[in-house]
Write a protein that binds this ligand. Structure first.
Ligand code: C5P
Length: 223
């Protein structure tokens, strides 16, 4: 591939964005950036500091004082907050169910988008999130919108938890995914929506490698 394009991957919770995005990035030797991890990192720190998760100006102040670092780990992306490894902590129940409140604060989004744009400045980036194709990288050469039925997304999450030896309740997982989607879709600032020029891939009946191959094929065409 002679041109280092940027690839934007958006979609609802649990559609497989991060798994797929990481594999696409690995295959192309591109940099993978998980923007959800950035919102999770701030949410984690805000909870630790007992800061009101709906106070935009205060959260922005906290963010200004926070270094979020995404590093390439062996099997996963490492997330560091102020040099502390929080990769596992940011996937906690408390963070997952509160991150949408933090992410809907306009002050927070403005700063996050600024940081994300800088990371993609030189091309060669696969970035996943909710507003990448619409707000962060509207000029990206390839935009993908990954979807899957809420039942399928809940089943995947359920199997992942059970596979890790963690207790899980399918109905609860399904309700929480649906609620997070609702909050992300209905917020005022940069809601989750498919960009007009994004290619939608419904992954409900697809394997991970089928999705990855389809995106790689599209990337080849766009480069
Ligand atoms: O991708 P992930 O599920 O880890 O994202 C966690 C949350 O972060 C989302 O539910 C959403 O509220 C927020 N988010 C966002 N914009 C992005 C990425 C994530 O608002 N670009």
């Amino acid at each position: 591939m002679n041109k280092r394009i940027n690839i934007a991957i958006d979609g609802p919770a649990g559609a497989g964005k991060s798994t797929v995005a990481r594999k696409v990035a690995d295959n192309l030797s591109f940099l993978y950036i998980d923007t959800g991890a950035m919102y999770r990192a701030l949410t984690y720190k805000a909870i630790e500091k007992d800061i009101d998760l709906e106070n935009g100006p205060l959260l922005k102040e906290l963010l200004d004082d926070t270094v979020i670092d995404l590093q390439v780990g062996e099997s996963e992306q490492l997330v560091l907050v102020d040099n502390m490894n929080v990769t596992t902590d940011i996937r906690s129940y408390a963070v997952t169910n509160n991150v949408s409140f933090v992410a809907r604060q306009s002050e927070v989004r403005l700063e996050m988008v600024k940081r994300q744009k800088m990371l993609a400045d030189r091309g060669g980036v696969v970035m996943d999130g909710r507003d990448i194709g619409t707000h962060v990288l509207p000029e990206s050469e390839l935009k993908v919108f990954l979807s899957a039925s809420v039942e399928e997304r809940a089943t995947r999450r359920y199997n992942e938890l059970i596979g890790n030896g963690t207790e899980a309740d399918y109905d609860r997982i399904k309700d929480e995914i649906a609620l997070r989607d609702k909050r992300d879709t209905e917020r005022e600032v940069a809601p989750l929506v498919k960009a007009d020029d994004a290619i939608e891939i419904d992954t409900t009946k697809m394997t991970i490698s089928e999705v990855v191959d389809q995106i790689l094929q599209l990337a080849k065409e766009r480069a």
